[in-house]
Write a protein that binds this ligand. Structure first.
Ligand code: SIN
Ligand code: MN
Length: 271
């Protein structure tokens, strides 16, 4: 996949692009099977929450080694549909993955992600420039009831706001302060929901304000996130760096692989 110059301009202007049905039913089926498999693993890379200890997040699916490695998710990350789009929007062919994560947002128990910009945490990781972008793919239908993500168009232009620490969920993060967020909501167009059938994707800028609500539905909302950075923007050394599964030290430029890589990986998994 090659984005048109208009799409790249749209990304620069709005901070995100939507891709309805970017991945086929067959591809999504393979990725869902892998989600099931990896979610059984007990590891610090698999974060759980709630009464039933449902999985909230799984990290580091894209590498060849490690407990949560998944050949199918690795293949997805290297498809032109994901990697080329990230390269184009970052205006750089040399990009690597800062981390990958899969948010499972379990039925009834899956908690909200308050409004935030991803780059705050990544800046604390030692990354200087907000030249990063995330490709996310929904692996189950995403709806407002099951806690779909919302983005605030154009808000990446705001630069980095001064956040507060949110300790209210199983995964602690930096979120926008309420008075600031109220101002941003007045200033920018209506939030856009990232909704659609499984296989729908979105690419968004690391300073774009985004959030998602609690999953009030009876079905899980599964969604993978691949976070890309320019190799030249790799993190500087910091004191007490976060673990490799959130702050990768694999800064080798990623190379584009076959667009049917997920299907090939799926065949190997069942062989
Ligand atoms: C995130 O912003 O990192 C997660 C959002 C979501 O899973 O809805
Ligand atoms: Mn985020």
């Amino acid at each position: 996949m090659e984005l048109t110059p208009e799409q790249v301009k749209q990304f620069d202007r709005d901070g995100f692009l939507l891709f309805p049905n970017l991945f086929s039913e067959e591809e999504v089926g393979i990725l869902r099977q892998e989600t099931d498999r990896v979610s059984q693993i007990r590891s610090e890379m698999v974060v759980r929450e709630g009464e039933t200890e449902a999985v909230k997040i799984m990290f580091r699916l894209h590498e060849t080694d490690g407990e949560t490695a998944s050949p199918a998710f690795r293949a997805a990350a290297h498809t032109p549909r994901i990697l080329r789009a990230a390269q184009q929007c970052l205006h750089d062919d040399d990009v690597y993955m800062h981390h990958s994560k899969l948010n499972m947002k379990a039925a009834i128990e899956g908690s909200a992600w308050m409004w935030h910009q991803d780059f705050h945490a990544w800046h604390l990781d030692g990354i200087a420039e907000p030249n990063m972008a995330t490709m996310t793919v929904v692996l189950t239908e995403a709806t407002p009831l099951n806690g779909c993500m919302y983005v605030l168009p154009g808000s990446h232009k705001e630069g980095r706001s001064d956040p507060r620490r949110d300790e209210s969920t199983a995964y602690k993060l930096w979120v926008a302060k309420t008075p600031d967020m109220k101002e941003y909501m007045k200033k920018y167009p209506e939030p856009v929901p990232i909704v659609g059938g499984a296989g729908t994707a979105a690419l968004f800028h690391c300073n774009l304000l985004h959030a998602s609500g609690h999953n009030l539905s009876a079905e899980d909302r599964w969604q993978i996130f691949f976070c890309f950075n320019q190799c030249k923007n790799r993190p500087a050394d910091v004191e007490n760096p976060r673990p490799d599964y959130v702050r990768s030290r694999n800064w080798t430029p990623l190379t584009i692989a076959a667009d049917d890589g997920i299907v090939t990986a799926g065949r190997e998994l069942t062989a």
